[in-house]
Design a protein around this ligand. Structure first.
Ligand SMILES: NC(=O)N[C@H]1NC(=O)NC1=O
Length: 219
């Protein structure tokens, strides 16, 4: 879809990030991402805009909030009107929570490995590529890449679905440490962990969509 299409120029490329943001991220990546959310800046997108979208527009904008699960966005469109953008976020969370164990496992299976084959092949979604890049996974040493690969395989063999973590709220060392520790969890406990991480990924992706929309309407 071209940048002209869609309501309010929502599909325009994000502007370059201010330098102070990248410096801050180095020191406190996790908090940097949460602070604007707490301040409410994420709600700058008018909920009326969301409510006025056609199903096609809605799926174009929100279809990858849950990685490679546009059907979830399509189902949520039927729940309009939303009273706030927070209600939409809650809708995603409730939808995920309402799924069966198999449905939740299915969502996890739609996620690519971190620093895996898809990263090398260049077939990641734009969102996932950005997230893995921000966590430093696009510039791993060969030793770290090998270690992550081994741990991802071990994890998948153990649980039957890929390891999922909100990469932007982490970094390479923490991801390796979490892989080493979560692989020892019980099956259901780990399903729960993975799904909570999916919700964090969704929250940040929604925040990106709202922030992009706010920037494009200020122009
Ligand atoms: N495997 C996995 O966690 N992948 C996801 N994590 C994230 O932040 N983006 C993804 O694609």
């Amino acid at each position: 879809m071209s940048s002209e299409q869609g309501p309010g120029g929502l599909f325009e490329k994000p502007a370059a990030e201010p330098l102070c943001y990248s410096v801050l991220r180095t020191h406190c990546q996790q908090y940097l991402l949460i602070v604007p959310y707490l301040l409410g800046t994420v709600c700058s997108m008018d909920v009326q805009t969301v409510n006025s979208m056609t199903c096609e527009e809605f799926v174009c904008v929100f279809g990858n909030v849950v990685e490679r699960c546009p059907l979830i966005a399509a189902a949520l469109w039927s729940r309009r009107p939303f009273s706030s953008t927070l209600e939409l976020e809650n809708g995603f969370n409730e939808f995920i929570d309402s799924l069966s164990i198999e449905g939740k496992e299915g969502i996890l299976r739609c996620h690519p490995d971190l620093a895996g084959r898809e990263l090398l092949a260049g077939t990641l979604t734009v969102e996932s590529r950005g997230e893995q890049g921000q966590a430093g996974l696009t510039s791993l040493s060969s030793a770290d890449a090998l270690r992550m690969n081994q741990l991802n395989s071990q994890y998948k063999k153990q649980f039957g679905f890929p390891f999922v973590i909100c990469a932007r709220m982490s970094d390479k060392d923490r991801i390796i440490q979490q892989l080493e520790s979560r692989v020892r969890n019980q099956q259901l406990q780990e399903l729960h962990c993975g799904i909570e991480e999916v919700k964090s990924i969704c929250r940040l992706r929604l925040q990106d969509i709202y922030n992009r929309a706010a920037k494009s309407t200020k122009l």
